[in-house]
Design a protein around this ligand. Structure first.
Ligand code: NAP
Length: 219
């Protein structure tokens, strides 16, 4: 969907010890990207990198933020703002990809939390004025990414942002995962709906015992 060449781009993942970070790390490592797993503990990061193999390495979040060409934020919403505030210098000048879904859960299921800045991605952009923040990978299931029986991941990744070169790059990165297309989904100010829609997907998954994804037709 874009002509950008992302070959060899190194991918850092903050909070890469969780399921979402490990799932993305696994798919990017399989596609030949150098992958750096980040954690609040370098030891936990190295352990997680060991489970991924394919040359993935692990280090403290700050070292990963400094070293990687492109950095994905895969921490829970509760820790999102404080972590990014602490890494402003390391992340300056980089594409920062936010996949954080600010969700609450109660007995009715998942629901979208209000975010003062509008969305987690806009919060990242506010905290990181010198980075190019892109929102993407909100709807991919970590279970599917981690499943060795799944060769092709059946979904489109909506990619949002205010910098065309950055969204083109992230669209191309999404497409290195077999089966996936990266589809431009608008400016960052429209990230809230994309994050919130994850609550609907979780409802679908619970009702139908599925790992539902999204496909955009006619593009
Ligand atoms: N799971 C999914 O299927 C999925 C799909 C799409 C998007 N997401 C989004 O991706 C993010 C990560 O999801 P997950 O399921 O992988 O979450 P998780 O396992 O709960 O957390 C990921 C990692 O974040 C770090 N972390 C936890 N609390 C933190 C804090 N307060 N400050 C800094 N780091 C903290 C932990 O790593 P260390 O303890 O090693 O530092 C943890 O292993 C979430 O925002 C979620 O909305 C998840």
């Amino acid at each position: 969907m874009t002509d950008v060449n992302v070959n060899g781009l190194s991918i850092g993942i903050l909070g890469g010890t969780g399921d979402q970070g490990k799932g993305l790390a696994r798919r990017f490592a399989l596609a030949g990207h150098p992958v750096l797993i980040g954690s609040r503990s370098a030891e936990r990061a190295q352990e997680a990198a060991g489970t991924i193999g394919a040359g993935a390495s692990g280090a403290a979040n700050a070292d990963v933020a400094k070293e990687a060409d492109l950095v994905i934020v895969a921490v829970p919403y509760e820790g999102h703002k404080a972590l990014l505030e602490s890494l402003r210098a390391e992340l300056a000048g980089k594409i920062v990809v936010d996949c954080v879904n600010p969700l609450g859960f109660d007995k009715q299921g998942a629901y979208a939390l209000p975010v003062e800045e509008g969305s987690a991605a806009q919060q990242a952009a506010a905290v990181l004025p010198d980075s190019r923040v892109v929102a993407a990978f909100h709807h991919v299931s970590a279970v599917v990414l981690l499943d060795p029986a799944v060769d092709k991941v059946d979904l489109d990744v909506l990619v949002l942002g205010d910098d065309r070169e950055a969204t083109d790059t992230v669209q191309a990165l999404a497409a290195v995962i077999p089966g996936v297309r990266g589809v431009y989904g608008g400016r960052l100010r429209n990230a809230h709906q994309v994050e919130a829609f994850t609550a609907n997907l979780i409802s679908v998954n619970r009702r139908y015992k599925a790992h539902a994804g999204l496909r955009i037709t006619d593009v």
